[in-house]
Write a protein that binds this ligand. Structure first.
Ligand code: AMP
Ligand code: GLY
Length: 426
């Protein structure tokens, strides 16, 4: 069958890389894809990812049998509904279901209504009321823009002043545009985070291997939040007992709740969890695969991703037997210096092939092609992924790959997977 991946970042690279390995995949297309994806996909340029009609037209033109949606914006924009209306199978939640990520206030209200463990919160549309609440609650406290802000709309404020500044930036300076017309203010949760992604067909859920992302830009989890500086899987903080608990207390209830609310959720459901003393609590739901979590989870999937995705679309996930590797995978993200603030683009990249020859999977995230040369074209430029029989082996191999690649102003964290390594030492 012909398959179309929507998106062009590291997550979509990895989705395409895995889908292309399926014997069921005849031809793989990507909109817009990226230069690295050309190894296994035909990249279609010039199509607006927010134009559902144009995306449907492309799917029809290339006789696509399955569409796989990577990023949140097309999902919250209803691309899955548009494909379905045109009779094309599409993996991902409908517009109504993707609200679980698209609106933090909706997501929090669902958790409250259905008793899913999460931080206590209030929603504000008025900056003065928000400030008064912060003064009453005190710090630490968490301020979030309600809508989509590319993972950057959250401030974990250790002081009241930082919280007040975040309210000003989001609501009065509109740093995230319309996404900040409402803020969600949350209780600070203490614990270690983990990402638990699951396949679901709206009834059955199948958790994937738990992973851990590194959201802060600097080593030691310092500095501002980014889209993600690296990841590893499995995350040992998620013991089998905790996975079972998260399945029972979080994943199953939210999928059942969405069905009950007339917004059945199909696709990949991403639960960002805080492992607190009281057990796993939801930090956020995302309506899609995580980036860079996908880069470490899919290399550990032994089963055919096409079969699983079709089962999610068709409602037959209960019949799927999903097999995972016993290995560990690590992804180190190489970024443009300055990210998540401003940075330069267009610098030539060298050493990608050498890293691949040494056994890394080099995932393109923010690259472009200029005069036959791969150049930097985003904040997160590449993800270097390696597998090993344990976390130490995987980390060492990933950093060996990173050492072979260079571009001007390159920056990466040197401590990816530090929590798992510390656990191993204990
Ligand atoms: P989000 O975009 O909601 O995942 O938030 C981004 C990051 O902010 C999370 O990955 C956490 O590290 C942190 N965070 C968000 N909400 C809370 C909370 N209530 N307590 C502590 N940390 C939080
Ligand atoms: N890695 C975090 C996210 O995809 O939202």
């Amino acid at each position: 069958m012909n398959i179309l991946v929507i998106g062009g970042g590291g997550r979509e690279y990895t989705l395409g890389w895995k889908l292309a390995q399926s014997p069921k995949c005849t031809k793989l297309y990507a909109v817009p894809g990226n230069p690295g994806m050309k190894k296994f996909a035909v990249c279609l340029e010039g199509i607006d990812l927010e134009d559902n009609a144009a995306l449907v037209k492309a799917a029809q033109q290339y006789a696509v049998d399955l569409v796989v949606v990577g990023p949140e914006v097309p999902l919250t924009n209803g691309v899955v509904d548009a494909m379905q209306a045109a009779g094309i199978r599409a993996f991902g939640p409908s517009k109504a279901a993707a609200e679980l990520e698209g609106s933090k206030s909706f997501s929090k209200s669902m958790m409250k209504k259905y008793g899913i463990p999460t931080a206590k919160y209030e929603v504000f549309t008025d900056a003065d009321a928000a400030r008064a609440y912060v003064k009453e609650q005190g710090a630490p406290i968490v301020i979030k823009a309600d809508g989509l802000a590319a993972g950057k709309g959250v401030t974990v404020a250790q002081t009241e002043d930082k919280a007040l500044a975040a309210i000003h930036d989001i609501m009065e300076d509109q740093e995230f545009g319309q996404a900040g017309s409402r803020v969600v203010i949350e209780e600070f949760m203490q614990g270690e985070e983990a990402s638990l992604l699951a396949f679901t067909d709206g009834k059955t859920i199948r958790p994937m291997i738990p992973s851990q992302d590194h959201k802060c830009v600097y080593d030691g989890d310092k500095g501002p939040n980014t889209g993600g500086m690296g990841a590893y899987a499995p995350a040992p903080v998620m013991t089998d007992a905790l996975i079972a608990r998260a399945e029972k207390e979080v994943l199953q209830p939210i999928v059942a709740a969405m069905a009950k609310e007339g917004r059945p959720y199909k696709g990949c459901l991403y639960a960002g969890l805080m492992i607190t003393d009281e057990g796993p609590k939801v930090v956020e739901f995302n309506a899609r695969f995580g980036d860079p979590e996908t880069q470490v989870v899919l290399p550990l999937l032994d089963s055919d991703l096409v079969d699983i995705m079709l089962a999610c679309v068709d409602g037959t996930l209960d019949e799927q037997d999903i097999q995972w590797s016993k290995d560990t995978a690590v992804c180190v993200v190489m970024t443009s210096g300055g990210y998540p603030k401003s940075y330069q683009k267009g610098y030539p990249i060298t050493g990608i092939e050498a890293a691949e020859k040494a056994g890394s999977l080099v995932v393109h995230a923010g690259t472009a092609e200029k005069d036959g040369q791969i150049v930097t074209n985003g904040g997160r430029v590449l993800g270097v992924v390696a597998k090993g029989t344990d976390i130490r082996a995987a980390v060492d191999k990933a950093y060996q790959g990173v050492a072979k690649i260079s571009f001007q102003d390159e920056f990466h964290r040197r401590d990816i997977a530090h929590r798992a390594l510390e656990r191993m030492q204990k």
